[in-house]
Design a protein around this ligand. Structure first.
Ligand SMILES: *[C@@H]1O[C@H](CO)[C@@H](O)[C@H](O)[C@H]1NC(C)=O
Ligand SMILES: *[C@@H]1O[C@H](CO)[C@@H](O)[C@H](O)[C@H]1NC(C)=O
Length: 364
């Protein structure tokens, strides 16, 4: 396993991305986790099977998804582990956090994964693909889980104490663009709002949702910005840019990201007994020496950008950033998770990285 990772990391170095602390992922296995619990909110970048039983086209419960996952196909939208899985390993969890859809009483105390492919900050995002668990619904699910934990522990002090030690990650917003604002024929938002206005209403709704997470006991919360949506193979194909990123889409995502950082600062000011932190995925995946990242999908893709079921898949997945036309490969996730956990600079994670977040203690 460790040797495998070294091979993967050296392979990706060739593509211009640097990788730090890969071995730590494996070294941590079998040790006590640094925090007692870990809760995951978001979209297909973190979904670990919540969509499997929903009526939607946004599912990844068929090969080649899961081809490099220890137990094979499972609903993750990547070939192996997601960014959430890898952060879990860096935190020292020796098994993956279970999806909300199937988590048992025994499992919920160490955390739950609420992530749902095609879900957004806004309720309607992704609706043309079918059902999904929007962030508001994920928060209602979390409320139910908190009640279940309270019922199990029968002691409010104990439960409050437990919940404030957990790490919470929230990785959402991509579908409010990809599967909403950028689809003017299916959604009204781009007719209603200019790009700046949309970033603003989205950020306002997100602020309310993050406050809800705080009121449900969350104190150590990492908020992920959007990635380079305009560099997704699907968008480059759609706008026929001949292998170049779609700049105006990246600019649209940037307008939203630029609001997230001050939003996180404001939440830290409002709630001094909590720590919110901003993870800058754009910076982490930015090309190091100006050379563009390889951004061809690894698998054979269908019209909607997902892998063709049972379709072909490249063998050198360790050299690809994208598995399908939207979703990163495990190796790209490894770079993202590693730098979110141990930032190379304050541009990766601000004011703290997730590793630092684990060491915070909140008494109130
Ligand atoms: C509840 O848990 C707290 C903290 O662990 C403990 O000090 C307290 O005695 C417990 N209360 C009851 C009623 O068991
Ligand atoms: C994130 O990183 C990008 C690329 O380095 C940078 O341009 C941007 O300002 C950063 N965003 C925030 C909100 O810090």
């Amino acid at each position: 396993m460790a040797r495998n990772l070294i091979l993967l990391s050296s392979a990706l170095l060739v593509t211009g991305l640097t990788l730090v602390g890969t071995l730590e992922v494996d070294d941590n296995i079998g040790t006590t986790p640094r925090v007692p619990c870990y809760f995951i909110f978001g979209d297909s970048l973190v979904d670990c099977g919540n969509n499997n039983d929903l009526e939607t086209l946004a599912k990844a419960n068929y090969p080649p998804y899961g081809i490099d996952f220890p137990t094979g196909v499972n609903g993750r939208f990547t070939n192996g582990r997601t960014i959430a899985d890898l952060i879990g390993q860096l935190l020292g969890f020796d098994t993956f956090i279970e999806p909300y859809a199937t988590a048992t009483d025994e499992e919920i105390c160490r955390g739950v994964n609420y992530g749902s492919g095609s879900a957004g900050i806004r309720e309607e995002s992704g609706s043309h693909l079918g059902d999904r668990v929007s962030l508001d619904r994920q928060l209602r699910n979390h409320e139910a889980i908190v009640s279940r934990i309270s019922a199990l522990q029968q002691n409010k002090t104990l439960t409050d104490d437990h919940l404030k030690k957990c790490i919470y990650i929230v990785n959402i917003g991509n579908n409010d663009y990809i599967n909403n604002y950028l689809m003017p024929d299916k959604y009204t938002t781009s007719h209603q709002y200019k790009m700046e206005e949309f970033a603003e209403v989205l950020a306002q709704q997100y602020t309310k949702q993050l406050k809800t997470l705080y009121h449900l006991g969350g104190r150590k919360i990492a908020v992920f910005g959007l990635g380079m949506l305009g560099c997704a193979p699907a968008e480059m194909e759609r706008f026929d840019t001949d292998g170049k990123c779609v700049d105006w889409i990246n600019d649209a995502a940037m307008l939203f990201n630029d609001r997230l950082k001050p939003l996180v600062d404001e939440l830290n000011f409002c709630f001094p007994n909590a720590r919110f932190t901003f993870i800058n995925l754009t910076n982490i995946l930015a090309p190091k020496h100006g050379e563009p990242l390889p951004n061809k999908p690894c698998c054979q893709v269908r019209q909607d950008g997902q892998c063709v079921p049972e379709g072909t898949c490249c063998s050198n997945r360790a050299l690809s950033v994208y598995l399908d036309s939207f979703h990163p490969t495990e190796i790209a996730n490894l770079v993202l998770a590693t730098r979110a956990y141990t930032a190379e600079s304050s541009v990766d994670a601000s004011p703290q990285d997730i590793g630092q977040l684990t060491r915070e203690v909140y008494d109130t």
